[in-house]
Design a binder for this molecule. Structure first.
Ligand code: PMP
Length: 399
């Protein structure tokens, strides 16, 4: 995707789709009437209220079909962070009598890690499953952590940083019949993998609207029928009493349109992205000495290229690329305010200095081959420049 930048003679190249995606213009079109003519509150008893409620329920059916769930199992939230809060804290509080042990993986999004710490401060015990060097969770390690007092297991569907896919179905299968709820944060994967809560034996699943090119500020928590949660947002009792507050009908209609488009176009789009991503990975590894791919070589998201470069500091690289018009990231935007290296890379066994030398490039619906070519020119040039400036690197690799 190229965005004109007034201060530049060149368009900007956007390769940070994991941090934010543009809303698809077809989604915007579907949403527009709900800001103006069809603005009514779906809880209102009048005709316009009924029409808003019908639009919302139709959207709920479409989103339910997108993940093979029932409409009454879809709870609208303000985003994936809130969905994760409702899943972990809502489930933990409601099921405390059954036990106080929760299992997560070391790969999780920062919101899950911080929720786990919050629960620990509030009397729960959390076990964290280690990762292999590709960032994978071994289902046998999940099995080994299960105890009589385990009430919840939460493993993300894929890493939002290094793109590694997790064996969700296998974990779902091994938890079957144990009375332990299984949650996944599917945000990183939802625009790239087919989602099916039955196939994967999921009880709770967090989704975000923007990750399928819908508007921001809307998320979903899938809650399997019969899974009890304590609501965290108290008020008028909307969303089955689980999430009070007037629903954002325009955004809900937008997410539903986004899900329809994703269903129709995903397969073809994933094949296209994979080709572009492979060209990017192969090109960078071939042209930059001492460059490595983070994450799994094949079990990875079709839009994710995550590199590390010996002797390079990721933030300097992102800033040099910025000067070249490339919008890139060192890792998760959600963690960019901390100076800590990526917890995921450290859990994969990287040293701090290795983890600091990372670059995440993520592709999406509006990425074109010329964007990849631009990155393939800019990245080797930027790495070379940084290494020339670094006395440490010169000592290590005489040029
Ligand atoms: N989970 C994952 C895997 C994410 O990548 C993100 C950020 N996009 C979130 C949760 C949080 O989403 P939000 O900022 O929309 O609440």
């Amino acid at each position: 995707m190229k965005t004109e930048h007034p201060a530049r003679d060149r368009p900007l190249v956007y390769l940070d789709y994991q941090a934010a995606k543009p809303v698809d213009p077809r989604v915007v079109e579907a949403m527009l009437p709900y800001f103006t003519e069809r603005f009514a509150n779906p809880a209102s008893l009048h005709t316009m209220g009924d029409e808003a409620a019908e639009a919302m329920e139709s959207a709920r059916r479409t989103i339910a079909a997108f993940i093979n769930a029932r409409p009454e199992e879809i709870i609208f939230t303000s985003g994936a962070t809130e969905s994760n809060n409702l899943a972990l804290v809502g489930y933990a509080l409601r099921n405390r009598r059954k036990g106080n042990h929760i299992v997560i993986s070391e790969m999780e999004h920062i919101s899950i890690h911080n929720l786990a710490k919050y629960l620990e401060k509030n009397g729960f015990e959390v076990s964290r499953i280690p990762l292999d060097l590709y960032g994978r969770v071994d289902p046998a390690k999940v099995r080994a952590r299960i105890r009589d007092d385990t009430i919840l297991v939460s493993v993300g569907m894929a890493s939002n940083e290094i793109g590694t896919l997790q064996p969700i179905r296998e974990i779902g299968e091994l938890l079957q019949g144990k009375g332990i709820a299984f949650h996944t944060d599917a945000v990183a994967a939802e625009g790239l993998l087919p989602l099916d809560v039955e196939r994967d034996h999921l009880d709770l699943m967090s989704l975000s609207s923007n990750d399928i090119y819908g508007p921001r500020g809307l998320g979903v928590l899938y809650v399997r029928k019969g899974i009890p949660l304590t609501p965290l947002m108290i008020g008028g009792g909307q969303e089955n009493g689980l999430r009070s507050g007037s629903e954002n009908v325009a955004a809900i209609v937008g997410m539903s349109r986004a899900a329809e488009i994703m269903r129709e176009e995903r397969e073809q789009e994933v094949a296209r992205l994979r080709t572009l991503r492979d060209r990017l990975i192969e090109g960078v590894l071939a042209t930059v000495p001492k460059s490595f791919l983070n994450g799994h070589p094949s079990a990875r998201l079709a839009n994710n290229a995550h590199f590390r470069f010996t002797g390079i500091e990721g933030e300097s690289l992102v800033l040099l690329l910025r000067d070249e018009g490339i919008q890139a990231a060192t890792g998760s935007a959600c963690s960019s305010k901390t100076l800590e290296p990526s917890h995921t890379l450290i859990a994969c066994g990287l040293l701090h200095e290795e983890a600091h030398g990372s670059l995440e490039l993520t592709l999406g619906r509006f990425t074109r081959p010329e964007d990849i070519e631009a990155a393939l020119e800019a990245v080797p040039r930027a790495v070379r420049r940084l290494r020339q400036l670094s006395p440490l690197y010169k000592e290590e690799v005489p040029s």
